[in-house]
Design a protein around this ligand. Structure first.
Ligand code: ADP
Ligand code: ZN
Ligand code: ZN
Length: 723
């Protein structure tokens, strides 16, 4: 009799104990087990050393895998996440497995029908009527291929079943099942000769390719970071090893994939949120079987088993989307660092605007910083200008000097990007007589007017409402939309520049499949001259003639209470500004602001991101915030405000430990969302181990606590924001 720890997804527990009589599953294999009158799929995570039974356990019913599906390396990584991010191991493992495998599908690549010539070609041709030209061509073609060919390839060549079947019957060809080969796009780009900065960055990386080492590749937009990646990847591929590249959701554009495909004559697996389950399984399995050497993916790709991993690259390492904001709240960047440690391979964090965490790690000599300060193609400096909005008349969010500048650039037939990080027409509708605003019934938030759909939407819970015809409070019909979103700016600019094609890019406009790609083509071809967009456009995309970037609403990031808001604003402004002057056109960046004297904004504009980031690091140190101190948030929500407050107050009492500072309970920035009252405790410590052990105890205590009956709660370690 043997006993095993079995992890069952979605049970909110780390594991359950089972026994077996006649089978011996290996650690990492899937099993079917009885669980509360149901049959559930579990993953064996440990064989119990001590098998003297105090009481008999339920039996494992069936073992699905002969070898580990969750490899030892990935299991260790998942255990680390579970402990560090305070999540049940069962939920972490569920993230690590494609859904098909969580449902019990066999762990193998799907096979397709293939045909192959099985007798000498001359003999085959003799058996076929000399007038059956198409069939003869088919035989000849199969002979040229000299291997089993998938049916889909035959169809693509114009051959049909009516030509195939008689040949099968005659025994000239045979049908067999084979794993589908991954497509290779033949390379068309030539390998660029690295410039001096790139060369020294690459040399530094090449010297550390055989063990863990973290590089921060800090290169301004257009400095050719991708080219440095390519050279490093090439070295690793020559050693027959695999490469994992993580990109933010927003950055995984067809453009980037195409660049990789053109450069490497290799099949490339991709993993991101819009794959279907079969595509995801094939990509995952191909990486596990070492059939692909390059895996390009977003957050969850960090869990993909790669037996010959030789290098990890995180592109745009500062991007907030590497942190999962629900369920298991893990950071894929930090998880990748741990993975590189475990696999003892180098990792490159690339960005034009490093996170304060990574800059601090460089200062501490934990990472090696590699700088690329020159643009690879041109080096026309950006010219920044702040436009003081105080006492100016705004036309739908735009000041007159801004409009004049846009006009000047359009007249030179250049492209202009107007950046506004707010979709919709207007963020509030206000009564001119009494100041009443239309709010969401379920949330503490104002409704956004969307003119195209003719509705008012809540951007927090998704409810939509019909716009009111009069004020609910004073009955006045003078309701005015206040503030501007992308729709309003787009509408105004289209009227102001009737000759110019104005393109809008935001989540509403690009919801339809392929819409984003089609819009991008209009930009790359230069057809659209004036572009109004949200942060979807902040990076990666190529604007051939862009010479002016206008930033309409920088102030929101300066007013925001959140401790990372200013850092994110600086990153966003720098990234958006980096779109300008990429090619032969000198770039101008205009920032409209009511705070033209704001010290950090001025530092950013006059001295650049580096000086700005170091100033922010100083303020973080004074305020005892990350990366100097460590943070976690306990968030709780319920229909009952009292239940939430009670729970958080009790937790605060429980957590009275000298090494912790606890703030709250305080209402969350959006205190009511979808009819739930939301509050939080902020837990801070200067010691990572002290914080971790307190959180682990707190979580056990909460799991047992009756006060949590009516309350949903979660712990967020290293939160990206406090909302
Ligand atoms: P980044 O990712 O740092 O913003 P890219 O890698 O996209 O920059 O490079 C910007 C442009 O410069 C690309 O068009 C790229 O082909 C070109 N480029 C990069 N390195 C070189 C080089 N060594 N020689 C010539 N062109 C280069
Ligand atoms: Zn009113
Ligand atoms: Zn709402």
């Amino acid at each position: 009799m043997k006993r095993y720890k079995v992890c069952i997804p979605n049970t909110h527990r780390d594991y359950f104990d089972y026994q077996t009589e006649n089978c011996t599953p290996c650690v990492g294999a899937r099993v079917w087990v009885p669980f509360r009158n149901q049959k559930k799929l579990g993953i064996v995570i440990e064989e119990q050393e001590n098998s003297n039974l105090e009481k008999p356990l339920k039996n494992i019913e069936e073992v699905l895998d002969d070898s580990a599906l969750i490899t030892p390396e990935i299991l260790t990584l998942c255990r680390w996440i579970a402990q560090y991010y305070q999540s049940p191991l069962s939920e972490v493992l569920a993230l690590a497995l494609p859904k098909k495998y969580r449902l019990g599908n066999p762990c193998e690549l799907p096979k397709v029908d293939c045909y192959q010539l099985v007798i000498p070609v001359e003999q085959a041709l003799q058996q076929i009527n000399s007038r059956a030209l198409k069939q003869r061509a088919l035989i000849q073609w199969l002979n040229d291929q000299n291997k089993p060919v998938a049916k889909s390839l035959l169809s693509a060549e114009g051959f049909t079943s009516s030509q195939l079947l008689p040949l099968l019957e005659l025994g000239i060809i045979e049908l067999s099942q084979h794993i589908k080969e991954l497509a290779v796009v033949s390379p068309t780009t030539q390998i660029l000769k690295l410039n001096q900065e790139q060369e020294s960055a690459f040399t530094a990386i090449r010297q550390q390719l055989h063990h863990y080492h973290c590089f921060l590749l800090h290169g301004v937009t257009g400095s050719g970071k991708t080219e440095v990646y390519f050279h490093a990847i090439n070295e690793v591929l020559e050693q027959e090893k695999q490469v994992l590249i993580l990109v933010p959701e927003i950055g995984l554009t067809p453009q980037l994939l195409a660049r990789f495909q053109e450069r490497f004559q290799q099949p490339i697996a991709i993993i991101h949120s819009s794959l279907n389950e079969s595509e995801r399984q094939i990509a995952w399995q191909s990486a596990k079987e070492n059939r692909v050497k390059i895996l390009l993916g977003t957050r969850a790709a960090v869990f993909t088993p790669m037996p010959h991993l030789g290098l990890i690259i995180i592109d745009e390492e500062h991007d907030a989307s590497f942190k999962q904001m629900e369920g298991v709240r893990y950071s894929a960047r930090d998880t990748a660092l741990m993975r590189a440690h475990l696999a003892n391979v180098p990792i490159i964090l690339g960005t034009a605007t490093p996170s304060l965490e990574s800059l601090y790690n460089c200062k501490q000599n934990k990472y090696t910083r590699l700088m690329l300060q020159q643009k690879a193609l041109s080096d026309t400096p950006l010219h920044y200008q702040l436009i003081d909005l105080r006492a100016q008349i705004l036309q739908d969010g735009l000041a007159k000097p801004t409009l004049d500048l846009i006009k000047k650039h359009l007249e030179k037939e250049n492209q202009v990007l107007v950046f506004i990080n707010r979709r919709g027409f207007a963020p509030v509708v206000l009564c001119h007589q009494c100041g009443w605003m239309m709010d969401c019934k379920a949330c503490d938030s104002h409704l956004t007017l969307h003119k195209q759909s003719g509705q008012m939407n809540c951007h927090h819970c998704g409810l939509s409402y019909r716009p009111p015809s009069h004020c609910i409070s004073c009955k006045s019909s003078e309701l005015i939309p206040v503030g501007a979103g992308t729709q309003r700016v787009h509408e105004y600019l289209s009227e102001y520049f009737p000759e110019t094609q104005v393109l809008r890019i935001d989540r509403d406009e690009t919801r339809k499949k392929n819409a984003f790609a089609e819009h991008l083509i209009k930009i790359t071809s230069g057809e659209a001259q004036l572009i109004v967009g949200t942060q979807m456009l902040a990076k990666g995309h190529h604007f051939p003639r862009l010479s002016l970037v206008v930033i309409l609403d920088a102030d929101a990031g300066l007013y925001n209470q959140d401790f990372r808001a200013t850092e994110h604003l600086g990153q966003l402004l720098t990234q958006v500004a980096g779109r300008a002057g990429r090619a032969e056109h000198a770039g101008e960046v205009v920032i409209q602001t009511h705070l033209p004297q704001h010290p950090q904004l001025n530092l950013l504009v006059q001295q650049g991101y580096e000086a700005f980031a170091h100033a922010l690091l100083d303020t973080r140190q004074q305020a005892e915030l990350p990366p100097f101190h460590f943070l976690a948030v306990l968030r709780a929500q319920s229909k009952s405000q009292k239940a939430v407050t009670q729970l958080l107050q009790a937790t605060k009492k429980y957590l009275q430990i000298p090494s912790l500072t606890i703030m709250g309970p305080a209402p969350a920035p959006l205190a009511r969302k979808a009819n739930q009252y939301r509050m939080q405790l902020l837990i801070k410590s200067s010691s990572r181990p002290a914080l971790k052990s307190a959180l682990t105890q707190m979580r056990e205590w909460l799991t047992m606590n009756k006060l949590t009956n009516a309350v949903r709660w979660n712990v967020d370690v290293d939160p990206m924001d406090l909302s």
